[in-house]
Design a protein around this ligand. Structure first.
Ligand SMILES: [Zn+2]
Length: 451
């Protein structure tokens, strides 16, 4: 029958001592047995780990481990006048033996994970004369403890005292460590010819890196950052941005709709946002002018995958609304931002475009950063700008006065501009990536280059 902590019949000094000695002897003997089991190379590594785990559970488990049982069965039932001295004895036991046995288990953890071959070669080193002597000593100690345990009941108070003192102050690990020492040395021996363990260094994803860079440029201009939901209602994504139902501009932003919402009014139906512009509406609803915000985030469109299109991409949009904001402010702001992102020699040009929520609207081109705007490189036409010297990069415009109607701003008093840029598009230019899909495939060979 394996040892278990049992209730004490009485709380006399003698009974207590006997119980403590019995506990410590049982713990040591069982540990000796485990030691012998796990050095057996015929066991699989899993079986060795299992043995160690069983031992740990049996003695150290928080709920039913033998160490926890001491509190349950000894301390809780102790009469009031003995509680203090019982508590003292238990504390001594726990402070002394518990950390030692935990440490031993920890140390053996490495050993038990070795393959049978490794254990065999470790044992071979251990199997010299010194090793055998240690093993004999260990076995002798073990059998001495076993016989002590058997005669414990018949021992008188005085002998018990002697053993208790001896047992109590002899370091638990001392007896056990000796047997294991040469094995430890063998296990811990370093083979410096083994390849090292490489810890890959993480890197910021190029899209996030670029997005943070763009946001940083506008932060420096005093813009704050606003974010909003990726699943939007039709109202915020289209209607409040001056895309009335059935407006043809909606076709250019076909997206993924959440299914099963036919019973809802059109404006409440949910969809994956096609741009970060809804965040501008949400911002204006909760903030009075002056407003200066950038809204970075993920957006979706029903685009087929190819080298320049993806159904998922990222945008940074910006919005500035105040009194007396003019198109000049817009041009100055974006010209500065492009220079900050691509270098001070970059030029910008604006030409008319259309967006439902801005009037007038413009597309912005920057001078080609690959051919310095010349349209040709090394005597042949520049592929990046299709020999035009310009690259189209973002859309912008003055906020359409209709939009202010949706957010309770007075179009007669305030004016403002908005702009939006695709983060992947800018990352492609900055890092010379030739396929937008690379950003979403999660290939570490690609992503690792941005570390
Ligand atoms: Zn070019």
């Amino acid at each position: 029958m394996p040892y278990t902590v049992h209730k004490l019949n009485d709380y006399s000094e003698e009974t207590m001592l006997k119980a403590v000695v019995q506990f410590r002897l049982a713990l040591k003997i069982e540990w000796f047995e485990i030691e012998q089991k796990i050095i057996n190379p015929d066991l699989t590594s899993a079986a060795r780990q299992d043995e160690l785990k069983k031992f740990r559970d049996r003695w150290l488990s928080r709920k039913s481990g033998q160490f926890s049982q001491i509190n349950e069965l000894w301390l809780k039932n102790a009469p009031a006048d003995r509680k203090k001295s019982v508590g003292h004895l238990i504390n001594q036991l726990k402070q002394n033996d518990l950390p030692q046995i935990e440490q031993l288990i920890e140390k053996r953890g490495f050993f038990v994970r070795q393959s049978s071959d490794a254990i065999r070669s470790i044992n071979r080193i251990f199997d010299d004369e010194k090793g055998r002597k240690l093993q004999q000593e260990t076995l002798a100690t073990q059998s001495r403890m076993n016989s002590l345990l058997q005669t414990l009941e018949s021992l008188g108070s005085e002998e018990l005292q002697k053993i208790a003192i001896e047992e109590f102050y002899v370091d638990l690990s001392e007896a056990l460590e000796a047997a294991a020492k040469s094995k430890d040395l063998a296990v811990e021996r370093l083979d410096i010819t083994l390849p090292g363990i490489r810890r890959p260094i993480g890197a910021e994803h190029p899209v996030i890196k670029t997005m943070n860079e763009i946001v940083g440029v506008f932060r420096n201009l005093g813009y704050s950052v606003e974010e909003g939901p990726e699943i939007e209602t039709d109202y915020y994504n289209f209607e409040a941005l001056n895309f009335p139902p059935n407006h043809p501009a909606r076709d250019t932003q076909d997206t993924l709709f959440i299914a099963g919402q036919e019973s809802k009014a059109l404006r409440d139906r949910l969809l994956l946002r096609t741009h970060t512009s809804p965040v501008q509406i949400r911002t204006m609803q909760k903030m009075k002018p002056p407003v200066r915000v950038v809204c970075p985030g993920k957006v979706h469109r029903n685009d087929a995958l190819d080298a320049t299109h993806s159904p998922i991409f990222h945008q940074v949009e910006g919005l500035a609304v105040d009194t007396n904001i003019t198109f000049c402010d817009l041009k100055g702001t974006l010209d500065h931002a492009m220079k900050a992102l691509f270098g001070s020699s970059v030029k910008t040009r604006f030409y008319p475009s259309f967006f439902p929520f801005t009037e007038p609207s413009a597309d912005v081109q920057i001078s080609c950063i690959f051919c310095d705007g010349k349209g040709a490189r090394d005597g042949s036409p520049c592929r990046n700008c299709k020999a035009s010297g310009w690259i189209e990069l973002l859309g912008c415009g003055m906020v359409d006065p209709n939009v202010y109607g949706f957010v309770d701003y007075d179009p007669a008093r305030v004016s403002g501009f908005a702009f939006g840029m695709g983060v992947e598009r800018i990352a492609i230019l900055k890092y010379g990536v030739d396929d937008i899909q690379l950003f979403f495939q999660g290939d570490v060979r690609f992503l690792g280059q941005f570390g």
